[in-house]
Write a protein that binds this ligand. Structure first.
Ligand SMILES: O=[N+]([O-])c1ccc(O[C@@H]2O[C@@H](CO)[C@H](O)[C@H](S[C@@H]3O[C@H](CO)[C@@H](O)[C@H](O)[C@H]3O)[C@@H]2O)cc1
Length: 608
């Protein structure tokens, strides 16, 4: 140990503020600046962590140790970097972050929960809190103590490629679902201080409310674009989720790529510093989005020096660089030495970062162990995800009238046709942010139960199931099926790749629907991240349900299709007739939906 270092900051019996001060008094300017940098794992090595005292690492979407890496391999990777950090001059541990936005979605074999649009349809904050707790355990199974969740966007236009990451168009549902923060971080002890970073143990993770602010309100839902809104609309629609998150002790908040009335959020000092840190008294740290600093200019990175100056002075504490830490540090050092960034701003950022690291016990427990590896994809979590799937399904049509319902379907019948691109495809039913950043159209993307598997498990052993991905109408007519289940929908997409102005059901789904439903009684199961154009086909399908992006536990669809459980889901988004109506949200003066916000037919389950 270096005799010139006062190790008081490593003493957990000391008050946190004493530890922070003792450590900061010993940090060089270079070390303080390095704590404000977050690198993707591909740009880091243990030596870099040691030599530069980098504050944080992340796995960007799809950034994994190797394909199908085990929990143990993840732990080894994170600990490898951490040991580098611990051997730095002051031994400040790094914090490793990852997007666990519907379960620990980068990791093979993790439980993949329904995306947020589906969770909003459950109207069940307690369920969502349990999902947070399960997600925390699966992140810890891989040695990771920090997740970039929840996304508390209020998506106001389904043309937005990230609309499925939003719980609802209604801010009240988004506020309720911030309960997930207490699942992720742990429940605040009674009478504990509100509005300060909280972490309730080694089985919990630091959370991140994102993306501050108004990410879901951009013009025409164009990703990373401009949200044009007055102050009262901003406060009433997009801001309440942040109050609720802060009160629940959220430790970090991520800034949005988008702009507010023409000003990039990453350069918005009034909102990040004056409002979030001032008015709302947020005490955790504010992190940029991925190259969010670079994107202050167009083309991005056109003037990184000026962008970094704007972003740090706006109040961003940690920069998700995530590649070139040398450029970052060199420019930061220059700005401080030239008094363009005041030392007080650096000290505010580092104090916030250290406050989160001390309050989460990272100095006491920097090295992950293998005690949680069996939590990854555990049966208990899969059962929880299956419950979430059941509760998220929204029944939009059930026969021509209530007297002659189609659902629940009989398990015992002669022959059932299961058709459609999304019936037997794990990648398609999970959607974006799954194993890779964009997700994949891949039957066996990860471990789980496809919707077809779920149906096969549910029906009577004597019932014949015929599966055909894209059957033609002759085949359907010739086979004398009792009825058909048609599972179709959107391909996986993430962020801008998901921006879509026509919102039609892609081929071959539409043709499959026509071929099948024109020839036999059919139930259509729609797999999508948002409402799609269905009005023209409604009269030709016998039943229609929204299954959203259910994740790995496809059994939950069969549970409700065949009546073990009833349909209870309610639309968390308005179902439009045509895209010309958009944006159209509950409460609008002109509101003419196909199915209104809150709509959902019900059926009785036998309650197994
Ligand atoms: O090579 N290219 O062509 C390419 C293109 C776009 C990229 O852009 C990047 O891709 C992903 C990783 O590859 C990153 O995750 C982000 S997204 C951003 O990242 C955060 C951390 O993952 C999340 O919490 C936020 O919620 C999200 O807005 C970025 O968009 C990267 C590479």
């Amino acid at each position: 140990p270096n005799p010139n270092i006062d190790l008081l900051y490593k003493d957990p019996s000391q008050p946190m503020n004493i530890r922070i001060k003792n450590l900061m008094d010993q940090m060089t300017l270079e070390e303080k600046i390095a704590q404000m940098a977050q690198l993707d794992r591909v740009a880091a090595t243990p030596d870099i962590m040691r030599d530069f005292s980098i504050g944080s690492l992340l796995s960007g979407g799809g950034s994994v140790p190797r394909e199908e890496a085990t929990a143990e391999e993840w732990v080894e990777m994170v600990n490898g970097f951490q040991n580098g950090s611990l051997s730095s001059r002051l031994g400040i541990p790094m914090i490793y972050g990852v997007d666990a936005v519907h379960g620990h979605n980068n990791v093979y074999k993790a439980t993949i929960f329904p995306h947020n649009v589906a969770l909003g349809a459950t109207r069940d904050p307690e369920l969502v809190k349990r999902i947070g707790a399960a997600t925390a355990l699966e992140a810890r199974a891989t040695g990771i103590p920090y997740v970039f969740a929840p996304c508390i966007a209020v998506c106001r236009d389904p043309r937005w490629g990230r609309c499925y990451e939003s719980y609802s168009e209604d801010h009240k549902i988004v506020e309720q679902m911030t309960e997930i923060i207490e699942g992720l971080q742990g429940e605040l002890p009674p009478n504990s201080r509100k509005g300060v970073p909280y972490l309730g143990g080694k089985d919990k993770v630091v959370a991140c409310a994102k993306h501050f602010v108004g990410d879901g309100g951009t013009t025409n839902g164009i990703n990373e674009n401009n949200t044009v809104i007055d102050w009262h609309e901003l406060l009433s629609i997009h801001m309440p989720g942040y109050y609720h998150s802060i009160i629940k002790g959220v430790s970090t908040i991520m800034v949005s790529f988008s702009s507010l009335n023409g000003l990039k959020m990453h350069a918005n000092r009034n909102l990040v510093t004056n409002f979030l840190k001032g008015t709302l008294r947020f005490k955790g740290f504010v992190i940029s989005d991925w190259q969010g600093v670079d994107k202050i200019t167009y083309p991005e990175h056109a003037n990184y020096s000026d962008s970094l100056l704007k972003a740090i002075n706006a109040g961003i504490d940690m920069v998700m660089v995530p590649y070139d830490h040398t450029e970052f540090s060199t420019i930061m050092l220059s700005h401080v030495k030239n008094n363009l960034i005041p030392m007080s701003r650096i000290d505010d950022a580092v104090k916030r970062i250290l406050r989160v690291k001390f309050s989460m016990g990272l100095f006491e427990n920097p090295i992950a162990d293998y005690s949680f590896v069996d939590e990854l994809g555990s049966q208990a979590h899969r059962d929880l995800a299956r419950e979430a799937v059941r509760k998220s399904l929204v029944l939009l049509k059930n026969g021509e009238n209530a007297d002659n319902p189609v659902l629940p379907l009989p398990k015992k019948t002669s022959k059932i046709l299961v058709a459609g691109s999304h019936a037997n495809n794990m990648g398609l039913q999970c959607g974006g942010w799954t194993i890779t950043w964009q997700g994949l159209d891949s039957k066996n993307l990860t471990v789980g139960t496809t919707i077809l598997d779920g149906i096969l498990n549910a029906v009577d052993p004597n019932t014949e199931i015929v599966y055909s991905e894209i059957p033609d109408s002759e085949f359907v007519k010739a086979e004398n099926f009792s009825y058909a289940i048609v599972v179709v929908g959107e391909p996986p997409y993430t962020e801008t790749a998901g921006d879509n102005t026509n919102l039609t059901i892609p081929e071959p789904g539409l043709s499959t629907m026509k071929n099948v439903c024109g020839s036999v009684k059919c139930v259509v199961v729609l797999i999508s991240g948002r409402p799609l154009v269905v009005e023209p086909y409604l009269s030709s399908v016998d039943a229609l349900m929204a299954a959203w992006l259910p994740g790995t536990e496809g059994q939950g669809v069969a549970d409700v299709l065949f009546g073990d459980y009833g349909f209870t889901g309610k639309l968390s988004r308005t179902w439009f007739k045509t895209v010309d109506q958009l944006p159209m949200n509950v409460g609008d003066e002109h509101y003419d939906p196909l199915f209104p916000f809150g709509f959902g037919l019900t059926t009785e389950g036998i309650g197994v």
